[in-house]
Structures are given as C-alpha cells and as structure tokens.
Write a protein that binds this ligand. Structure first.
Ligand code: DP6
Length: 340
C-alpha cells in the first residue's frame, strides 16, 4: 500500500489508562526521588474512570517549552512542572533531549471530583510518550517509569488486581498483575463528599509518614495484611477481603493524622458515610466495606448484587454530593499510534 511520506516523521501517540483503588495502600516513601515506597500495595484498576493522553514530540522544533493541556486547560506552575519532569525522564531514556512535547490529556471523570487522576494520568502519559518515541519497553519497565511520575501510576499499567512490589531499586520496584479484570467483578462505588483540591498533595504526605509514631506499627502489620488480601482475592472471598481493606485505610489515615504536621483529610460528609457503611453492614447485613485515599471521599467496595441498593442509600445521605462507580478494567494501552 502506498502511503505519502510527510516531510518529517510524526512522533505522536495516544494512550488510555484507568485509575486504581488500593486495598492495601501505598503510604510513605523510602526514596522520594525514585518514589520507592515503604511497603508493597495491592489495588484494583478501574475500568470506568480513565485518562486518555496524546503526546506529540515536536520534531519541527516549534515549541520552546512543553505545552500541556489537561481537560481543556493549559497546565501551569507545579502541575506543568511535574509533567515536564516526567517528560525529561522519557527524553533521557530515549537518548534524545531535543524535542519538546505537545501533551493533551483528558479525564473522563472531573479532576475536581477528588478521584486520583495522577495514577491514570501518569500511566497514560508514560505509555503515550514512550510510544510516540517508538520506544518498545516491556509493560513492567513502563510500570517503573510511571512510578517516577506518581507511585500509584505504576499499578495502572496492569489491569484487574495488581500488586506493586516495594523492590530495592529503580528496576525492581514495579507492579505485576495478580488476577485479570474478568476474575472478579468487584465494584468501587465512590461517594463524593467534597470536590475541593486537597491542601497537601500525596507527594508531600509520603515524606511525612515517617514522622508518625504509628508508621512503623502499620508497616510491621502489612506482611500479614498483604497475604490476607492475596488469599481473599485468590478465593474471591469478599468477607475476608472487606475487613482488611477497611482496616488498612483506617491505619493509613491514622498515620496521616499523627504525622508532623498532621494531615486531616476527613470532612463531616466523610464521617457520615463511614458511619452509614458500618450501620448498613451491622444492622442490615449489607456486605460493604469502605476505603479512602488522600482525600475526603469514600470508596465503597462491594459485589455487584448490592450496588443498586447502595446507590439509593447514598442518595439519602445529606453530605454526599454525587456518586461515581466502576468495576475492574484493563491496564494502560496505546490507543493510537501515528506512524511515519
Ligand atoms: C493514598 O503518590 O501515587 O492514594 O501524589 O496523587 O501522585 P499522587 O499519589 P501517589 O499516592 C497515592 C496514595 C494513596 C494510596 C494508594 O493509592 O495506594
């Protein structure tokens, strides 16, 4: 087939990545430069909440700086710096520092919804930027690269149920899939109680974890907790999975609250949802457990049979502004590669 040859090769690709919700949390860094975590973490990659990113390396040399657009708005300041730093890493890996990039990224969930966009964002950025440079990395190597942008992004490279190994160095701190998305249709029902941008980013929070007297206790308890989650996933045993994921979310927030300075992400609406979940479980026998990230919104984890009931119940809580839901989905992938 004849294809017309443009003047310059096009270095452009698009990729899509799902966000993820952790059952055993990543909280605390051993090495902030490489984002090497203090502990392994396990998450479910979300199929319905994702980021799509197109990266075009400007081979014509028109751009003086990287041009980054997120959800239709030009990124500036710290947000832009963080993306440029990640692009610098990929330029370095490509052995070609000449080109600036045009990056257009879109979340299918509102960025201000309090759902982590950095996991899906940095996973999609990594895959698109590497594909646009025609770098053929293995998925596990892409996981290591994504980790440098945002720790939790390392997990979004894989679909379904994923464990990120703490590792010892840049090469070994990577994620792998435990089970594919089809293995178990768990649901993440996210009760959004506040859409305000968080005052302290997870990035700064990870460094503070070490200042909490509870941090060591949490880390010491994780060997067993991780094993319990792996077993519960293997057996698809919800009654075994629920208590442990709820307990680790509370342990992580205990570390956050007792670090110096203290991080208090909960809002009144958060506490309303936490109590409601406990009540529904204890009084009505509803099999549902909660987890939370570095923010006030509450993720309710359940099986599909009670999802509808939960949605209705959440609508009855005054502090809940909106609800979004997702099941497990696939790992980050190239959606479009513009060839020469
Ligand atoms: C609380 O460093 O991945 O969600 O700073 O937004 O990039 P960003 O997040 P990241 O930390 C995520 C921490 C967490 C727990 C988790 O997802 O494991």
């Amino acid at each position: 087939m004849y294809r017309s040859q443009p003047d310059l090769p096009q270095y452009k690709a698009s990729a899509r990545a799902g966000s993820n919700i952790a059952f055993i949390k990543y909280w605390g860094v051993a090495d902030p430069r490489l984002n090497l975590p203090l502990n392994n973490s396990i998450s479910m990659t979300l199929g319905a909440l994702h980021t799509t990113t197109t990266v075009e390396w400007d081979t014509a040399g028109r751009l003086g700086v990287d041009q980054i657009t997120i959800d239709g708005e030009r990124a500036e300041g710290k947000k832009a710096e963080r993306v440029t730093k990640h692009l610098d890493l990929i330029r370095h890996l490509a052995g070609d520092r000449r080109y600036r990039a045009r990056v257009v990224s879109r979340n299918n969930f509102p960025m201000a919804s309090g759902i982590a966009s950095s996991a899906s964002g940095f996973a999609a950025l990594t895959v698109a930027a590497c594909a646009a440079f025609k770098l053929s990395f293995e998925r596990v190597q892409l996981s290591a690269i994504a980790r440098r942008g945002s720790g939790s992004a390392s997990r979004s490279l894989f679909g379904g149920y994923v464990e990120w190994e703490r590792g010892r160095n840049d090469e070994t701190s990577v994620a792998h899939q435990l089970f594919p998305a089809e293995y178990w249709n768990l649901r993440d029902v996210v009760a959004i109680v506040s859409t305000a941008e968080k005052a302290i980013s997870s990035q700064s929070g990870h460094v503070l974890a070490l200042s909490s007297p509870f941090n060591t206790a949490r880390i010491d308890s994780l060997y067993e907790a991780l094993q319990e989650v792996r077993t519960a996933l293997t057996l698809r045993d919800f009654q075994r999975l629920g208590p442990i994921l709820e307990s680790d979310a509370l342990a992580m927030h205990a570390v956050m609250m007792t670090s110096r300075p203290s991080l208090l992400y909960w809002q009144p609406g958060t506490i309303e949802v936490l109590h409601a979940v406990r009540r529904w479980r204890e009084e009505d026998g509803l099999p549902v457990y909660f987890t939370m990230d570095a923010g006030p919104n509450v993720h309710l984890i359940c099986e599909p049979d009670i999802e509808r009931d939960l949605l209705k119940r959440l609508q009855g809580l005054s502090g809940v502004r909106s609800v979004v839901t997702s099941g497990p989905g696939d790992g980050a992938a190239v959606t479009d590669q513009h060839l020469f």
